[in-house]
Design a protein around this ligand. Structure first.
Ligand code: SAM
Length: 282
């Protein structure tokens, strides 16, 4: 009998992926983790029934969360990743020789250990000597930090369950304090298309706008996330993602990237009219 993974985007629209075989399933104190193998997306895992990472399109998300801020400030040395248990974000960061420290704070150690077992494509660099793993709540971790990080990447689940606190005003304020004078915060910004996600996008943007001097949003095309149209927030104490875009320096690193390039960088901040109007409304 055919086996399908279904993720409901709304009550009447779903993403459906034909599964070759279920690989592993576990309920942790934080969430339910499932690994599958599939025909079109290779191996993938879900948290509480939501697609997280698959072998085929993960490069898009991880290119866009990391290389956009790195091309704005190529001198970044200290990075904090909150969430990101699959390791894909850390993998892209470790490609920069000048980065000195990567702190990754993941609430659920089982996500990391299972990705190390079943998803080496993303988890392969978690043992890089510049990486320190903390198995803690990112909301608590960031409270004790001040004027330290050049970059904070919030690679989180949606604002339900353990990820809820990562979309709050107090968390964003703590991130602001934890960043140094040129610090950049990139955060999961949900999707503009379906209402349920759009509401979360607007709430996040409205809060960040009240705290950060620079507060922009950029888009990317993610086939397996709701509607395929997904956003990150770019918030900073001083650097602007377009005015301070240092394409020349970034290109001199000669990194081979499959999705990100200097033209995508510029284009990603040019939003469709309805998205721009929505963001201006908060
Ligand atoms: N790329 C993915 C996406 O947007 O669907 C997210 C990747 S990653 C798997 C998300 C991780 O955030 C999960 O492993 C989850 O355990 C972690 N997480 C959720 N809430 C957290 C919190 N409060 N502190 C630290 N990590 C958290």
């Amino acid at each position: 009998m055919d086996l399908w993974f279904n993720e409901w985007n709304t009550e009447s629209c779903k993403l459906s992926i034909k599964v070759k075989e279920p690989i592993y399933s576990e309920k942790t104190p934080f969430q339910k983790i499932d690994f599958f193998d599939s025909y079109d997306f290779g191996k993938f895992f879900t948290l509480d029934g939501m697609m997280m990472v698959n072998e085929k399109d993960e490069f898009i998300y991880h290119d866009m969360i990391v290389h956009v801020p790195m091309a704005v400030n190529p001198n970044i040395k200290n990075v904090l990743v909150i969430g990101g248990g699959d390791g894909g974000t850390v993998r892209e960061l470790t490609r920069y020789n000048d980065i000195e420290q990567i702190h990754m704070v993941e609430i659920d150690e089982r996500v990391v250990r299972l990705c190390q077992k079943y998803l080496p494509i993303t988890s392969s660099k978690l043992e890089d000597k510049r990486v320190t793993l903390y198995f803690k709540d990112g909301v608590e971790f960031v409270k004790s930090k001040e004027n330290f990080y050049d970059l904070i990447l919030v690679d989180s689940t949606d604002p339900i369950g353990p990820g809820e606190g990562l979309f709050t005003m107090s968390f964003y304020k703590d991130c602001y304090r934890a960043l140094n004078g040129k610090g950049i915060l990139i955060n999961q910004h949900e999707s503009p298309y379906f209402e349920e996600y759009r509401i979360e996008m607007l709430k996040a943007h409205g809060k960040l706008k009240k705290i950060f001097d620079v507060c922009e949003v950029y888009q990317f095309h993610m086939p397996t996330y709701s509607s395929g149209h997904w956003l990150f927030g770019f918030a900073s104490k001083g650097l602007h993602p377009i005015e301070d875009h240092n394409a020349e320096k970034w290109e001199s690193f000669d990194l081979k990237t499959k999705y990100y390039n200097s033209q995508i960088h510029q284009g990603a901040f040019m939003l469709p009219t309805y998205v721009r109007e929505l963001l201006e409304s908060v």
